[in-house]
Design a protein around this ligand. Structure first.
Ligand SMILES: [Zn+2]
Length: 262
């Protein structure tokens, strides 16, 4: 029980960070921790992650059924997505779901964060795929994340947000920070007009470090081909004026000369 109390306090703290950093709006997002083979603690539905109290963390089984029956709070309908992760990945003990603006923008644009750009990101989250869009609260999201969670601890959800996984709460949350930080830097580099992608040899050396330091979890090696994004053309409010004909120029010149004579 003491451990559960500690975990609830940690979930509250992570919720506060997620909200403070602008990774969620209103009551969005959810956080969970697997406490044993058949139980998990998860955030309740309809609460801001920035202002949670221990009663807002509920206990459910691996079918999503409430165990803490006396609670007035109900688990998030997105707990299905968390359960899918725990079923597929026994090594994962915590899941964080949020809608951070930069990585969600990539998910909306349909551009995966799959290039080798920043050393830490290459090692910690690798190539980040986009899971196909699914209707929230249905089994569509769990089904669409299934192929990706086998090979990755960080996933973008198409037109929705992001999901990060870890062997404990803090590492799942830190992957969300790394993901959003990477997305913001890639976005900024795109605005500056160039994204230098690390070469394959460097990507291999970084993955070698991952093995050397026995970093847990799973990553898919990121791509090393150039990132070429075509920026949409900026539309000007006024139509471009068409060039003057020789006849018009001659006429205007004559008018100016006549005016000067007066
Ligand atoms: Zn969401």
């Amino acid at each position: 029980m003491a451990r559960e109390w500690q975990l609830k306090k940690q979930i509250i703290e992570i919720g506060r960070r997620v909200w403070t950093r602008g990774y969620v709006a209103a009551n969005d997002g959810n956080i969970s921790v697997r406490i044993n083979d058949n139980e998990l603690l998860t955030t309740a539905t309809g609460v801001s992650k920035g202002f949670m109290t221990p009663e807002m963390i509920v206990k459910v089984d691996m079918n999503g059924k409430m165990i803490s029956k006396t609670s007035t709070y109900k688990p998030s309908s997105e707990v299905k997505m968390h359960i899918e992760v725990y079923k597929e990945r026994p090594d994962i003990k915590s899941v964080v779901h949020a809608h951070p603006p930069y990585c969600t923008s990539f998910a909306v644009a349909g551009i995966p964060l799959d290039r080798c750009v920043l050393p830490e990101a290459v090692m910690i989250i690798g190539s980040v795929p986009i899971a196909k869009y699914g209707l929230p609260s249905t089994m569509e999201i769990p089904e669409n994340i299934r192929p990706h969670i086998k090979n990755s601890d960080a996933i973008l959800l198409e037109n929705h947000g992001a999901l990060t996984l870890g062997p404990d709460l803090l590492s799942a949350y830190f992957k969300m920070e790394t993901l959003e930080h990477t997305a913001q830097i890639v976005w900024n580099a795109v605005q500056l007009g160039n994204v230098n992608v690390l070469p394959k040899e460097e990507a291999d050396r970084l993955l070698g470090l991952r093995e050397k330091y026995t970093i847990s979890g799973r990553v898919t090696a990121c791509e090393t081909d150039p990132l070429e994004l075509t920026k949409p053309k900026i539309q000007t409010a006024l139509p471009k004026s068409s060039p003057l004909t020789d006849e018009q120029i001659k006429k205007i010149t004559q008018q100016v000369i006549e005016a000067l004579k007066k």
